[in-house]
Design a protein around this ligand. Structure first.
Ligand SMILES: Cc1ncc(COP(=O)(O)O)c(C=O)c1O
Length: 379
């Protein structure tokens, strides 16, 4: 048995996406910047892909910048806001992805910005009153808060946060890497300046993604060279990556409702089965509340098998992510679990689901976990 419960890390490529990409590897391989027929063909394909991607999030095609993935898109939003928009104060939270935290921390270390960290409640939700205070007490701010937390699954009330930012004239960036293709997103109804996407989170290719940039903003490139992406991001386009991303997004939105209810059923079944088998367990984050239907993060009872838990699950054919909060300054636990005060002595596991998982796999994983807990202690 080989079970993959780590779809928040990455997903398998959809065979239809592979077919789409192969076309641009085998036949339509022209450089989109070339003016001859081969080049014109791939240029037209990218233009169409951009229009389709933009339509899915109700943006204008000119507001989409294709990137190498979520990390580059997050970095671009942050660095351009500081470099081009005159931002001197940034607000983020301790539970953001490192693609957001590291560039912001570096800018703060270099003295280019003042960085404020908004409080997070124990259940992993952002303290919006604190956000309002930080916005009121500081000069014009850049706010970066993720739409869904990739470890906990918690969802941000993105519309409300946008309105708070609007009321304080702030620039708002939201890392939507875990929500694009899993939720409807309409940027024309949200007050948001930047959102980010990674194709490999929804059965598209790794190394593909985009940054949405609100058309009211004028940003300059951080990668310089050619005039690709209308001069905002230089470098020959990752044509098959872009085409694969656009196809994966089309497929995801075509069957969104069906996949949502199916995957939610898997998550809820897993939550119930675990509670039956592990009385006293808890959830990291707001599992039954405002939470991704794709992610379930559980905090299991203490065990002397904690260090070997993921390894043993892997041996049994179950691939998951996890770990625990940092228990000392030196260990490399999860910064997210530490920030919400999860008990470092208890093992935490993140199960993340996709359309390819089944109820049988959920039952199998819970059984194996139970078996591992029951193993005799090694002398
Ligand atoms: C919330 C979030 N942001 C950003 C990223 C980075 O995306 P990529 O792997 O495409 O660089 C990830 C993926 O791990 C993520 O989950």
């Amino acid at each position: 048995m080989s079970i993959y419960f780590d779809s928040a890390a990455t997903t398998s490529l959809d065979p239809i996406v592979i077919d789409e990409m192969l076309k641009y590897m085998r036949e339509d391989f022209g450089n989109p910047s070339s003016t001859h027929a081969f080049g014109r063909k791939t240029r037209a394909a990218i233009d169409l892909a951009r229009r389709r991607v933009a339509a899915h999030i109700h943006a204008e095609p000119g507001e989409i910048v294709f990137t190498s993935g979520g990390t580059e898109a997050d970095n671009m939003a942050i660095l351009c806001s500081v470099k081009d928009l005159g931002i001197k104060h940034c607000i983020t939270s301790a539970i953001e992805h490192h693609a957001v935290l590291y560039p912001l921390e570096e800018l703060a270390r270099e003295g280019k910005i003042k960085l404020s960290i908004v409080d997070v409640h124990e259940n992993g939700h952002i303290d919006l009153d604190h956000l309002k205070r930080l916005l009121s007490e500081n000069e014009r701010s850049f706010v970066s808060l993720m739409h869904a937390n990739n470890e906990l699954g918690n969802l941000l009330p993105i519309k409300e946060v946008g309105e708070i930012c609007r009321d304080h004239d702030a620039i708002f960036h939201s890392d939507t890497v875990q929500t694009i293709a899993h939720y409807e997103l309409n940027v024309s109804e949200l007050y948001v300046h930047f959102i980010t996407c990674a194709g490999h989170k929804f059965h598209g290719p790794k190394g593909s993604g985009f940054l949405y940039v609100d058309s009211s903003l004028k940003i300059n490139p951080i990668i310089r060279g050619g005039s690709q992406e209308r001069g905002i991001r230089a470098g020959t386009e990752n044509v098959y990556g872009i085409m694969g991303l656009a196809k994966a997004l089309d497929l995801a939105y075509e069957l969104l409702d069906e996949h949502t209810s199916y995957i939610k059923g898997l998550k809820m079944h897993m939550a119930e089965r675990l509670q039956e088998e592990f009385p006293g367990m808890a959830f990291n984050g707001d599992a039954y509340g405002e939470s991704l239907y794709t992610v379930l993060n559980v905090c299991l009872p203490e065990t002397d098998k904690k260090e070997m838990l993921l390894f043993n699950l892997d041996i049994e054919g179950v691939s998951v992510s996890g770990g625990s909060a940092c228990s000392s300054g030196s260990d490399v636990g999860s910064h997210v679990l530490t920030a919400i005060g999860s008990n470092p002595n208890r093992p935490s596991i993140r199960f993340s689901f996709s359309k390819n998982n089944t109820m049988e796999e959920v039952d199998f994983a819970v059984r194996k976990l139970k078996d591992i807990y029951a193993l005799p202690v090694m002398a």
